[in-house]
Design a protein around this ligand. Sequence first.
Ligand code: NAP
Length: 454
Amino acid sequence: MRAIIEAARHGAGSAEWAAIPVPETYRAVTVRRDETTMFEGMLSRDKDPRRSLHLQQVPTPQPGPGEALIAVLASSVNYNTVWSAIFEPVPTFEFLARYGRLSAEAKRHDLPYHILGSDLSGVVLRVGPGSRRWAPGDLVVAHCLSVDLEDPAGHDDSMLDPQQRIWGYDTNFGGLAELALVRTNQLMPKPGHLTWEEAATPGLVNSTAYRQLVSRNGANMKQGDTVLIWGACGGLGSYAVQLALNGGATPVCVVSSPEKAAVCHALGAELVIDRAAEGYDFWSDPQTPNRKEWRRFGARIRELTGGRDCDIVFEHPGRETFAASVYVAARGGTIVTCASTSGYDHYFDNRHLWTQLKRIVGSHFANYHEAWRANELVRQGRVYPTLSTTYPLAQAPTAVRQVQRNQHLGKVGVLCLAPATGLGITEPALRARYADHYDRFRVPANRPGTLATT
Ligand code: NAP
């Protein structure tokens, strides 16, 4: 690994990268098949990823046709790693086993350990046969849609492909590791003005928010729209806020602390609801929705917007908020959902949907084109990585626990082969050009580059 770290440090060329011997093994963050029952009978919040996640040495896979082996300089924590680490809703080994039945190549993924992680920034170390666009030495980020596109259904929108998978969740060899195996059609140019850890931050959430909010496959946001954004200081939300502002919409941000409200203001949002301070509780008890609270929430939104309802509700908390989201959407508005963090058995009052011609749209990650467009916004300095804290790879389990407990701001980074934070900027002039914006968009409470020492 030392040769890789040195090559990344001095900006080696393609020939030098191609000549670096591929290590036979590498360190990776895994869950293990023989431990999937370890949390049985426990409440979700008590299932501690620090018990189920391991840093272990694993054999290096060979890149096949259409694949690339990446030297991972940095990664970031996504909520899907929380799900994998607590084996909910099902152990991800089920996905690996199903994938393994597809072909001999896919069978490589069906292992007794699952290497997690769906983001990376790094350098192409090797490409498999047939790669035309990418070569050793290319500085890259990877989006997390893994699809071979052999099925006709994927050729209109690759997210509709029946063999579409999320890399590092539905597949093995993910990004929380020193090396990662991806398809070459996951690769995108690393934004040169960002450090390794910053560049590894936006990928999954920025692409997801882009499809969910901006794309015609999602809510197709327009200038002047009012957009309610749940978890506006979280992974998805902090990008949805930026996309809403970029697109001439008005975000109404929902958060749960003054510190998070301050982040939303720093991102440029004016309208913020602190749901904890205002004490919304949309359920009287686990089976009884509290309609009075929906109305109180709707009235608060109108108070902030000068009487406007929400053209778009950016949903992901799920059961706890969904009925309120349907209620507060404007006549003809869209509730666009990509998750159910608080529970997937949703309730809502359908009268509010049909009589006011609202629509519910399901959204999931992004196709390559959408991910590429989202990455271009980062490269153009229009979307900024909302990185708060960065952990070393060995402390990834602690980082995942922080996200599970909703103790983070924006995104949490992980250094993989990068020996320190602050490295990897190849376009300092661009960095300087964006500096003012960068300071404005910086997650204030935990500065990017802060290396956690816990
Ligand atoms: P995150 O960084 O943890 O942010 C989620 C935010 O949601 C939190 O900051 C929290 O904000 C808010 N929240 C959590 N529980 C809530 C509740 N019961 N009521 C209201 N707000 C609540 O996670 P993320 O990366 O944004 O991901 C969020 C969800 O989307 C996860 O379930 C994840 O698996 C899913 N996801 C799906 C896709 C996809 O492609 N389908 C992609 C990315 C993420 P406050 O406490 O400040 O309100």
